[in-house]
Structure formats: C-alpha cells, structure tokens
Design a protein around this ligand. Structure first.
Ligand code: MG
Length: 238
C-alpha cells in the first residue's frame, strides 16, 4: 500500500502542475489515467467502480465529491477543483484527494481549503492504536465548526486496502471514545468534506455528482493512513 500510495501522491503532485484556467476536467482525467498507468501495474481504482465512468472523480466549487470528468467542463479562474484519486497496485488499494485552486481564489475559499487541510491533519493525529473512530470524527468536526464551516454527514471515510471501500466507516463528526476501536495494522481513508454553508447535500440527475444543497462551496481532502505502533503513517503523502 505504501508503494501504491506513493504513486498516488506523485499523481496528485503532477496534477497540481497542470490545473489551470481553460483546462477541462476531461483532460485532467486523461492526464491522471496516463500518469497512473505509466507506473508498471498501477491502475486507476475508480474506473468502472460501481459503474463510475471516469478514471478519477473531479468536482468543482459547490460539487463535493464524485464529479464525472468531462471535456465540456472547463475550469475558470477562481474555481476550486477536487481531485479524488484511487490507485490499485499489486492488488492493494489507496485513496486520496486534494483541493486545488485555479489561479487566484477569494479569501473565504482559501480559508475553506486551509481549514479542511487542518481538519484532516487533526483527524490523522487521532489514528493511533487504542483510539476510536469517534476520536477522528470529533477532531475533524471541532476544527471545522470552530472555523464557522460545516462537515458533510452523508458521506464518510472508510477502511481501504484489499478493497477500495472496507469497514469501518470513518465519519467526519462524532464523539470521543465512540465507535470502532483502532488497532495496529488497520488502514483507513480519512476524508473531511467541508462546506462554507450548511452540511446538507443533494445528488445531481447524473446520479453521481454530490453538491451542497445551498450552493456554497465545498472542499475535500483525503489521505490513506495506516494505524501503527509508531502512530499514524500517511501512505499517500510524499
Ligand atoms: Mg477518495
């Protein structure tokens, strides 16, 4: 998983350099797939997963997750784009997401991204043997709500490894010392989805794209993390 996670991290680093106003999400998807497959044996894990048509999920502005890449969807200055990538490598899965600004973004949107990244770090810090899933959710929720933003409830993090999605669920809200106990060797995807406005979502008629009900912007960042005796080990960061 660490080797696959490194390929995923390199994919994200590459995509950061190609995001710009005027590029389509379909082109970003093509670049991502080509980059992943340039590593021997690595494949984009989301392609065809539950019937998803893209290689990666690309969601813009008020789209939270599961956006379908399209040559018709062209990024504009001031947008934010979420790149959610799964990699399958040597039979194991890793999962990570970044939120990338397109050119210059407004101050609230920058703060949204900063808070979401801080919330992820706070959640990762709780991924210790003996802690609980609720400790992660509580840490994420606390950072987000202190900043005046809201966490999405309908979508959650998850176990990952032999399959793209495994138990346990890892919500981005919760109470300390509640839920599944974390044990050494567990690998989980922690993925706060944070909205400027309210937490409620709806799904577009394409049956995939999840957006904020109130139309405000959303940020999403994610890492695959191993729970180890030495503490949390992030597998999808360079
Ligand atoms: Mg993901």
């Amino acid at each position: 998983m660490a080797a696959g996670g490194r390929i995923l991290a390199l994919t994200h680093a590459h995509l950061r350099t190609v995001v710009r106003a005027g590029i389509s999400t379909g082109e970003l998807d093509r670049i991502a797939e080509e980059f992943i497959r340039s590593h021997d044996g690595a494949t984009p894990a989301f392609k065809g997963l539950y019937g998803f048509p893209g290689a990666i999920c690309i969601s813009v502005n008020d789209e939270i997750v599961h956006g379908i890449p399209s040559p018709k969807r062209v990024l504009a200055e001031g947008d934010i784009v979420k790149l959610d990538v799964g990699v399958q490598y040597q039979g194991l899965f890793t999962d990570a997401a970044i939120t990338v600004p397109v050119g210059t973004i407004d101050a609230t949107t920058q703060r949204l991204i900063d808070v979401t990244e801080r919330a992820l770090d706070a959640g990762i810090a709780q991924a210790m043997p003996g802690n609980y899933v609720g400790d992660i959710g509580h840490a994420v929720q606390t950072v987000v709500e202190r900043a005046g933003f809201s966490v999405v409830r309908e979508l959650v993090g998850h176990g990952v490894g032999h399959l793209p999605h495994e138990d346990p669920q890892v919500p981005n809200h919760g109470k300390p010392r509640r839920g599944t106990r974390l044990q050494t060797g567990l690998t989980i995807a922690i993925e706060p989805m944070v909205n400027v406005g309210g937490p409620v979502t709806r799904t577009l008629s394409d049956k995939w794209t999840v957006v904020t009900l109130d139309g405000t912007r959303s940020a999403h960042v994610e890492h695959t993390v191993a729970v180890t005796d030495d503490g949390p080990k992030v597998l999808t960061r360079l």
